[in-house]
Design a binder for this molecule. Structure first.
Ligand code: ATP
Ligand code: MG
Length: 269
């Protein structure tokens, strides 16, 4: 199968997720009512973690599909495969989720081809059906089925955006980097680094994010702050950890890098 698919069973203990607002309530209400949800936000701000957390909390199985521009509808729905001389139908992750009443999470959905989004339409309105042309089946979504998609509006270009007819089938939740006190809590929990040193890293992240749109295409993600904190917690010198985790990943431009290192000095002295 082309698609990168992973499947997790709802675990008793949900992965750690610190909420920033009422997103858990909205997701739960959507799940109860079988409404699809679209998560928008920059890279590394917690979208995937949120879905993993909610699926576990709701005791739902989760099928995750990383979308890319080669992903065909058959990668989601299924295809006939040769098995021991016989041709057998094998469900794709979307079909499995529809049959089992699970959550199907399409990551970076704008990357998917148009024929994929067309497949989603009857599933994301009140029909809640998945027509499988190849087998002639028309599946009704089982209770508990929910479609979740995410994308990063920052990468969006004129060609890669969701059509209004697709976009307006989803409830939408906007994600962003959390306020400093919450982000510090997240990074402490994820890395095990002490509060004070974590708070300094988060302060630096705030300064780096302020450069988005000028020198930097994207601000530093919470994911990268977690990386830096993890390295420091394990004994790496602060300067080296910051360079490897919070400067180098942001740019290849030497002048810009020097400017960013000046910010590090401003925060850490
Ligand atoms: N609110 C949060 N609660 C717990 N962990 C968080 C939170 N926000 C971010 N993180 C941390 O940041 C990391 C990156 O988050 P995640 O992988 O969910 O980002 P994403 O929004 O899915 O990014 P991408 O768009 O690149 O896929 C997580 O592994 C986790 O360590
Ligand atoms: Mg993700």
């Amino acid at each position: 199968m082309d698609a990168t698919v992973s499947m997790e069973k709802g675990a008793a203990s949900a992965p750690f997720y610190l909420s920033q607002g009422d997103e858990c309530d909205v997701f739960e209400a959507a799940h109860r009512n079988g409404l699809p949800v679209l998560l928008k936000g920059p890279t590394g701000c917690g979208k995937t973690r949120f879905v993993a957390h909610m699926a576990a909390r709701l005791g739902s199985k989760l099928y995750t599909v990383a979308c890319h521009d080669d992903l065909a509808a058959a990668d989601l729905i299924g295809r006939y495969l040769l098995k021991g001389g016989e041709t057998v139908w094998v469900d794709g992750p979307l079909t499995r989720a529809v049959r089992e009443g699970a959550i199907c999470y399409l990551d970076e959905v704008v990357e998917a081809r148009k024929d994929v989004t067309v497949v989603l339409h009857p599933l994301t309105d009140d029909r809640r059906t998945l027509p499988i042309d190849r087998t002639g089946e028309e599946l009704m979504a089982s209770p508990g089925f929910m479609l979740v998609a995410s994308y990063n509006p920052g990468y969006q270009n004129i060609l890669k955006t969701l059509k209004p007819s697709t976009r307006q089938r989803f409830l939408s939740l906007e994600f962003d980097f959390p306020p400093a006190d919450l982000e510090t809590e997240v990074v402490c929990e994820e890395s095990g680094l002490d509060h004070d040193r974590t708070a300094s890293l988060v302060r630096l992240a705030g300064k780096l994010r302020a450069l988005k749109g000028q020198d930097l295409e994207e601000g530093v993600s919470t994911r990268l702050v977690v990386y830096a904190a993890t390295l420091i917690a394990q004994g790496m010198p602060v300067g080296r950890a910051i360079e490897a985790a919070m400067i180098e990943p942001l740019t290849d431009d030497e002048d810009v890098k020097r400017g960013l290192l000046d910010l590090v000095t401003a925060v850490f002295g």
